[in-house]
Design a protein around this ligand. Structure first.
Ligand code: SF4
Ligand code: SF4
Length: 97
């Protein structure tokens, strides 16, 4: 039986799920946090398509991308795939929040 997209867990296989799933929060796994260097970013969206947890958000007023830290598990795929090295993984212990 087909499963409607809205029933698939947030960390599933849909690139842009329409809603979050509180049962699939993966942010607490993270030991490193992705940080964007907006000066380097060329807005190619490779990080957005590459994130296995669909937690790269595109185009806010302040930044070409942002990370949904509730779900980002710090795997570093976005940083590896970024063609211009605009994403750096920084240890969580360096942050106060
Ligand atoms: S580190 Fe990057 S690829 Fe990995 S979950 Fe976080 S935003 Fe997604
Ligand atoms: S992959 Fe790199 S250059 Fe492309 S949008 Fe993401 S941060 Fe910017």
């Amino acid at each position: 039986m087909a499963v409607p997209y809205e029933k698939i867990p947030f960390a599933g296989t849909v690139p842009s799920p329409q809603k979050e799933n509180e049962g699939m929060i993966t942010g607490s796994w993270r030991t490193r946090r992705p940080i964007l260097d907006a000066e380097k970013c060329v807005e190619c969206q490779t990080c957005w398509i590459s994130c296995p947890d669909s937690c790269v958000n595109l185009m806010t007023e302040d930044s070409p991308i942002t990370f949904n830290l509730k779900y980002c598990k710090g795997c570093g795929v976005c940083a590896e795939e970024c063609p211009v090295g605009a994403i750096t993984l920084v240890p969580e212990l360096d942050f106060k929040d």
